[in-house]
Design a binder for this molecule. Structure first.
Ligand SMILES: Cc1ncc(COP(=O)(O)O)c(C=O)c1O
Length: 432
């Protein structure tokens, strides 16, 4: 090429959750029976969509409007419905203009970071959900800025670390939080959210809250939206239907803009998000038409409650199977559908391994583990020895070792096998 055509952030576009898939495919070609535990897609893992929700989609398909473009910001009826839902919570009040649809949170994330001024940084949690951390890093051209989630305090944000980093780095313009969190399964209590809001207020920042798992909360915790705790601070809340319907293939999500009128610059920034969407015309129409009919249906609250209780049972199963292994820390999740297994500092080394019966798979793993992070080494051995495909924690923009497994397996016997096999593999790997 006459000119360097590669974007300066190109190296930051990593997504460990999907990158491991290529290795899984190669293993499968060598005869390993792979159990996919890397991706948070309940449908792929066998969850059947509720028949009454499916029926709403059938009805929407019969409406010609669902085949057309919609307004850039979204279908008016859906925006009115979602604004009213925000207002019913009793916190910040919004109008339908404060609801902007995107093709999933993934699309919204690309624009939220991509259309921030380059020098304006967003600090986010570590471990981090890679879509945010990679997009922020690519936008800024630097490594993503992070605050610590503390595994020894149920993965709660270390607020002192956050406040210090914000104080001494004037380029930080916003704080990202994910509640409930991926990959840790932590759910933030009101007091903690209010402290994060207070930091944002003190340093004149805005907040970005990813609430994709907001209705998957259990173990005595309850849904708390940022709109109920943010007061007068500006914020963007990212919501979607991928996880709670579940319907990840809809590619449908939206932003709730909170306190847009309180800061002129924030308002201008939000306008650019909409302007960038306008260049694409609009987001997917049909799922937006489904939203008010589905979420307004009297069966929807029971649907959410039933799913939360399913994940509560599975979270307890996973925790029971994986806890108590020396050198390993597992917090029982309170929300979302993942468990993070942490290796304590110093327990991993470059000599540990698992017995792999398939000689070709063994040869491949021995080749793959050269020079990789310590937890990635475990992940490759686990894949070769058991077929279970998980994501290393270092793939979540994190300096700690561990891995993430899901609670999504629908077959009870298979799920039991997954957690028990993981526990056995951990003991064998660590020789405890
Ligand atoms: C925290 C978080 N946000 C967003 C997404 C993706 O959302 P969407 O399907 O709306 O793009 C995921 C998917 O795993 C996620 O874990």
């Amino acid at each position: 090429m006459r000119r360097n055509i590669v974007h300066s952030g190109a190296g930051s576009l990593t997504y460990a959750i999907r990158e491991i898939v290529q290795v899984g495919y190669r293993m499968r070609d060598l005869g390993v029976d792979v159990t996919w535990e890397n991706i948070g897609d309940p449908v792929q893992k066998g969850e059947a969509v509720a028949p009454w929700i499916r029926q709403i989609m059938h009805d929407v398909v019969d409406d010609d409007a669902s085949w057309a473009y919609c307004d850039t910001a979204g279908v008016p009826e859906a925006r009115r419905f979602l604004a009213a839902e925000v207002n019913k919570r009793g916190g910040v009040q919004v109008t339908p203009d404060d609801i902007i649809f995107f093709n999933g949170i993934g699309d919204a994330v690309g624009k939220v970071y991509g259309f921030l001024r380059r020098e304006a940084r967003v600090i986010g949690p570590t471990p981090a959900y890679s879509t945010h951390s990679s997009a922020e890093a690519a936008h800024s051209g630097y490594e993503h800025l992070t605050y610590e989630l503390d595994p020894y305090n149920r993965w709660m944000p270390d607020l002192e670390d956050l406040a210090m980093k914000v104080k001494y780095n004037p380029s930080i313009a916003a704080i990202l939080l994910i509640n409930p969190d991926n990959p840790t399964g932590a759910v933030y209590p009101r007091a903690l959210l209010e402290e994060m809001v207070a930091i944002a207020r003190r340093f004149n920042l805005f907040l970005i809250a990813d609430e994709i798992y907001t209705h998957i909360v259990y173990n005595g915790n309850r849904t708390l939206h940022l709109s109920e705790a943010i007061g007068d601070v500006c914020g963007l809340v990212l919501r979607g239907i991928s996880k709670e319907v579940p319907w990840p293939g809809s590619r449908c999500g939206w932003i709730e803009v909170l306190n847009r009128g309180r800061d002129e610059m924030f308002g201008t920034y939000v306008n650019t998000l909409l302007a960038s969407k306008r260049l694409e015309v609009c987001s997917t129409t049909a799922p937006q038409m489904v939203i008010p009919r589905m979420m307004g249906d009297p069966r929807y609250p029971a649907h959410l409650k039933r799913r939360a209780s399913v994940y509560e049972t599975r979270a307890k199963e996973a925790h029971a199977a994986l806890q108590g292994i020396p050198g390993v820390l597992v917090n029982c999740p309170s929300g979302a559908f993942y468990v993070t297994v942490l290796f304590e500092d110093g327990v991993l080394n470059d000599h540990r391994s698992l017995a792999i019966a398939n000689p070709k798979a063994r040869a491949m793993v021995e080749e793959l583990v050269r020079g990789v992070a310590s937890d990635q080494r475990f992940v490759y051995y686990l894949l070769g020895a058991t077929g279970i495909c998980v994501v290393p924690l270092t793939g979540f923009c994190c300096r700690r070792d561990g891995f993430r497994v899901t609670l999504l397996e629908t077959d009870d016997a298979k799920r039991k096998w997954i957690f028990e096999t993981l526990a056995k593999a951990l003991r064998e790997y660590l020789k405890v």
